[in-house]
Design a protein around this ligand. Structure first.
Ligand SMILES: NC(=O)c1ccc[n+]([C@@H]2O[C@H](COP(=O)([O-])OP(=O)(O)OC[C@H]3O[C@@H](n4cnc5c(N)ncnc54)[C@H](OP(=O)(O)O)[C@@H]3O)[C@@H](O)[C@H]2O)c1
Length: 378
């Protein structure tokens, strides 16, 4: 009699080993994505005020939490007051006694940005750190909000808050008598001292390498009076279906060009003394947030959630380099105009370092957001 074949547990060894291997790799990735980065500094931020945009979710909320943990007063700048209040509650649960303010900011609206700055000024608070974190993905339907929310809005917001950042840094650096008094008025850039600089930290992405600013559209921009040259920068060529990553990447390339040009201008503005404000840009890595969820069907987002949790880093880990750039004393030595990932400078595209392109983009953006002459502060 032939011997009866015994069924193997788990449907047979053929499946068991790949399953075990996949499980082990998944567990390792899950563990690795939760490990803090080395050299985490816990610089105290007591007495310092930070604004974090898009602070109700993802990397922004994790950044706001970490800054509050370090003793900073954090202004959460969010589009939805309800989500902002809920985020404040969550943060206070993690950081009892956290000093938080919730202010409304919709980066797709010039009125909202100007209103936000006005309300912030009414609080009478100084400003030491601005984290331009809020962001939107591109979609196959076109540019939509990603260029507006990721580049135009933060450009305007940064300009309107730059005088506050300079003032707070000058006040931290020197006795009040050294600023704007005495025989020879000192511009903020020339104030001596060793206090910490104010910081602008923009949240970028390695997808900036996929960016394309449609240079052809720019070069003939002046010829068509119906379309102001400024806006043409932000119009991708008409097509039925867009490369969503390319559109997002373009807005992130703008973040890079803006950060580097801003830092060059901040550097050029000083003729001696210390630098009062530095501007850097950070890539948080691939982070498990809701960014992009709206660009796929809710079912795909739901089904992909466990995979995202295993393969992507947590928002807390994604925020680490943002917080490091905003708080670490090392930045005083390193300076601005850098692209950071995992607390180190990382390579960026050649286009992002193109100074001519950056200048053109700057001028086009000034026009697009309607920056007044008196607001061209750098
Ligand atoms: N996740 C990643 O893997 C990754 C990788 C590289 C770079 N980044 C960058 O990291 C930043 C944060 O993204 P995240 O991953 O944390 O995404 P997220 O969880 O979706 O958070 C995005 C934040 O931006 C806010 N926001 C969107 N539109 C806004 C508007 N018009 N005005 C003001 N706030 C607005 C959102 O508010 P609502 O909740 O109201 O929509 C939310 O608070 C973005 O700049 C993103 O490009 C993320």
């Amino acid at each position: 009699m032939p011997e009866e074949k015994q069924p193997k547990p788990w449907g047979g060894g053929d499946h068991l080993y790949p399953l075990l291997l996949a499980g082990a790799v998944g567990a390792w990735l899950w563990w690795r994505n939760r490990q803090p980065l080395p050299t985490s500094s816990n610089t105290t931020m007591s007495g310092r005020v930070c604004i974090v945009t898009g602070a109700n979710a993802g990397i922004g909320k994790a950044t706001a939490t970490a800054l509050a943990q370090r003793g900073a007063r954090v202004v959460l700048a969010c589009r939805s007051p309800t989500k902002c209040a809920a985020a404040c509650e969550d943060i206070r649960r993690r950081v009892p006694g956290a000093a938080l303010d919730a202010l409304s900011l919709d980066l797709s609206s010039v009125e909202s940005i100007r209103g936000f700055v006005e309300t912030f000024h009414k609080t009478g608070l100084p400003l030491h750190v601005l984290v331009n974190n809020a962001g939107k993905p591109g979609t196959i339907r076109g540019m939509e909000q990603s260029m507006v929310v990721n580049h135009l809005g933060p450009f305007l917001l940064t300009h309107l808050l730059l005088p506050d950042l300079r003032k707070a840094s000058a006040a931290a650096a020197a006795p009040a008598s050294a600023i704007g008094h005495g025989d020879r008025e000192q511009s903020p850039e020339n104030v001596p001292g060793t206090g910490p600089s104010s910081r602008i930290v923009n949240v970028g992405s390695r997808l900036e390498k996929r960016g394309n600013l449609w240079a052809a559209a720019v070069s003939d921009g002046g010829g068509d009076t119906a379309v102001p040259p400024g806006t043409r920068w932000f119009q991708p060529p008409p097509r039925k279906k867009h490369d969503a990553f390319g559109l997002y990447g373009s807005s992130k390339l703008c973040n890079m060009l803006f950060t580097f040009e801003l830092d060059r201008r901040l550097e050029a503005a000083r003729s001696g003394g210390r630098r009062l404000v530095t501007a850097n840009i950070v890539t948080p890595g691939i982070v498990n947030t809701k960014l992009g969820d709206g660009t796929v069907s809710p079912w795909v987002a739901w089904a992909g959630a466990p995979l995202k949790a295993a393969l992507m880093r947590t928002a807390d880990k994604g925020a680490e380099t943002v917080v490091w750039a905003a708080t670490s004393p090392e930045i005083e030595e390193i300076g601005g105009g850098k692209f950071f990932g995992d607390k180190n400078e990382v390579p960026c595209s050649d286009a992002s370092r193109d100074e001519d392109l950056a200048r053109q983009l700057w001028e086009a953006t000034e026009q697009a957001v309607g920056l007044e002459e008196s607001e061209r502060v750098v």
